[in-house]
Design a binder for this molecule. Structure first.
Ligand SMILES: C[S@@+](CC[C@H](N)C(=O)[O-])C[C@H]1O[C@@H](n2cnc3c(N)ncnc32)[C@H](O)[C@@H]1O
Length: 343
């Protein structure tokens, strides 16, 4: 993502890339809150929103996980799709430990280098407790960790990652965790750059990981992604953008340059959201407003398709463009004009 671009449709920069063995340049970038991020040559996109990698992990993944839902002493089953530098999981593990929750964790990642680079950065290491850094080091070195609950440190955890294309690696995670996950954190590059991980088929497979009250959380609010999640049988909520007021929550025009969503939460069961009659103190999830519901009626909602689970990005994008060309759905540019959004 470019430093100024953190839009709800998740555009994180230029030109799409094919998935293969990772090897392209990874450039270090400092984000707005001072935390380290990377830019990927292979995907032509930054790993995080320019406003802050750490801030993004908290606002878009930890806060909407609403860990206060879980009783101390219980165990969370979590899948991190696209582990990258490990921000989302590290932030979640610390928040879970604070609440005395045990965590069982599965990670999917193509490239081990982002975690290696992060752990070589003193600033990144300094963001976390020593025990969290130790877990990430075990993951880097052994591909797995195990931390038993002990004394003053409640909530043990164990996890392992599967390195490779998540489309193929997901089968192993499904074999262990189908229907058991409380949280699936989906943080792939944006759909225009990495459509492989936003296809209807891949999202349906992620949906199959969830318990009835489990949540898939993502920064992405793209209509194609939301429609595919609905087609997978999930119910949607919007992750509220910071500074939203009651008018925003009703889906009023957000105004030039303002965000209309921080992402999407999806669950087999209806999610607890604002009902429009009043705002509870923690305004984290809200119902989709008229702007977002109309978005789902436009050609932007045409899903990415990848039935083989092996198609290259260019093929998936070209197929979708053809489908949009013959679609009778509404025009996305007209929707943008109606809501005063930038073209
Ligand atoms: C936006 S970054 C993730 C950032 C990460 N969640 C964090 O907290 O730092 C996207 C990640 O997806 C990984 N990736 C790209 N294509 C993939 C694929 N087909 N399968 C698995 N991981 C993939 C990249 O290597 C990169 O680490």
């Amino acid at each position: 993502m470019t430093s100024s671009d953190c839009g709800p449709e998740g555009a994180r920069a230029a030109a799409a890339a094919e998935v293969g063995a990772p090897g392209g340049r990874l450039e270090a970038r400092r984000t707005g809150d001072g935390s380290l991020s990377l830019w990927s040559e292979d995907f032509g996109e930054a790993f995080h929103c320019g406003r802050g990698a750490l801030a993004e992990a908290h606002a878009k993944f930890v806060a909407p996980a609403q860990l206060e839902r879980f009783a101390p002493g219980s165990s969370l089953q979590v899948v991190d799709v696209c582990v990258g530098l490990g921000y989302n999981s590290a932030a979640l593990l610390e928040a879970a430990a604070d609440r005395g929750l045990a965590v069982r964790w599965w990670g999917l990642e193509l490239d081990p280098r982002p975690l290696q680079l992060a752990l070589a950065d003193p600033g990144f290491r300094g963001l976390w407790r020593p025990g969290t850094v130790a877990l990430l080091e075990q993951l880097r070195d052994q591909g797995a960790w195990h931390r038993p609950a002990a004394g003053a440190v409640p909530g043990g955890s164990r996890g392992r990652w599967w390195l490779g294309d998540a489309r193929q690696q997901l089968a192993a995670v499904l074999a262990e965790a189908r229907g058991q996950c409380d949280l699936v954190l989906h943080d792939a590059f944006s759909p225009g750059h990495c459509p492989q991980l936003w296809s209807m088929e891949f999202l349906a497979a992620l949906a199959a990981l969830l318990r009835p009250d489990g949540r898939l959380l993502t920064y992405c609010a793209a209509a194609a992604v939301r429609r595919s999640l609905q087609l997978a049988g999930l119910q949607l909520a919007s992750i509220a953008a910071a500074g939203e007021d009651a008018a925003d929550a009703q889906g009023q025009p957000p105004g030039a340059g303002q965000l209309w969503s921080h992402g999407t939460a999806a669950s087999p069961q209806a999610l607890p959201v604002l009902d429009g009659r009043g705002l509870p103190p923690a305004r984290i999830l809200r119902a989709l407003g008229p702007l977002e519901l109309e978005h789902l009626q436009t050609r932007a909602a045409e899903p990415y398709r990848d039935p083989s689970g092996r198609a290259p990005a260019a093929e998936i994008l070209a197929k979708r463009q053809r489908a949009q060309g013959t679609s009778t759905a509404g025009s996305t540019s007209a929707w943008r004009r109606r809501w005063g959004l930038a073209p």
